[in-house]
Design a protein around this ligand. Sequence first.
Ligand SMILES: NC(=O)C[C@H](N)C(=O)O
Length: 385
Amino acid sequence: MRKSRFVFALLFVLTIAMLIIMPALAQFAPGKMPPAAVMTRSSETIAQTPAAPTAKLPNVVILATGGTIAGTGATSTTTVGYQAAKLPVAALISAVPELKKIANVTGEQVLQIASENMTNAGLLKLADRVNAVLAKPDVDGVVITHGTDTIEETAYFLNLVTKSQKPVVIVGSMRPATALSADGPLNLYNAVAIAGSPTAVGKGVLVSLNDQISAAREVTKINTTSLNTFQTPDLGYLGYVELGKPYFYRTPARKHTTATPFTVTTNTKLPQVDIIYGYGNNSPVLLNAAIADGAKGIVYAGVGDGSISMQLEPAAIAARQKGVIIARSSRTGSGRIVRNGEEKDDEHDFIVTDNLNPQKARILLMLGLTITSDTKALQEMFYTY
Ligand SMILES: NC(=O)C[C@H](N)C(=O)O
């Protein structure tokens, strides 16, 4: 009885010892040896395990101009009827700490406006900063925060005057920063991801909201307040951005950035180009007022295929004879204007704006007029850029 108790105690001790020793031995089994750097040397742990080599983060500069993305509302449910252009760029960056994981981000406040207040002087100032920042060898891309109302015009302007292949991404938001489900922070994160990606190089200026990526020449705002407002009628998005990575499916076909003849400085004089809207019972009064005010070009947002009414046409012909450029566009929102289709463009020396909407046609006509007032050369620009 005493012997069996002794054997039982011995077996118990041996089992406990095995339970302690086996796991300790297991870590030295082949393939489980700890790396040399973390093995103990004379009781001290040398914490030198080389970290997994982190890929070098791109350097992205955020140029802030205001808009709803920098807007604040009275309450969290104020998703409309807020004040745009309130928060400085530092606040936009610090609201998205996740940016640190995808880029080295720095910010600069270029303007602080709601984008309905954008002027030609504002466009020139922004273009100047974009070109200066992209000229720095250590900058990989630029993000511009902007109000959405005129984002498409600024985007197309920069698409024509930026002299770099590096990514330029313009971003805004439809809800202010203080709103429930504010869309600005994720839009900003996505824009920085695109601007830092080599896949965005050479694609011209891009616009990104709502996880979508669009080309500056093509995108337009189609809804007053909805998040899904930026669309490219007929042509579709260039791609999507997801989990901090852009996915492109096509590239813009028209020439842009370094392949255009347009260069601007803050001293460039952009000629006055006004947009006249077509509608039933159209009278020449607004067209004549624009010309009297000094307009060098008129973009006519005509009905349908850019048709000009009998009531307005004599004033348009007379304006052209005085040297004013008449460019026929359409108020429909998509499609091309057919040259010499419903209008005698050759006879009246009018030009057509191809598939550019009136607000984008105004941008190209202003820049074209800084180079030439020859209608054939201007017409060719509308088929090229
Ligand atoms: N959603 C917006 O950004 C609209 C604002 N009015 C702006 O364009 O600045």
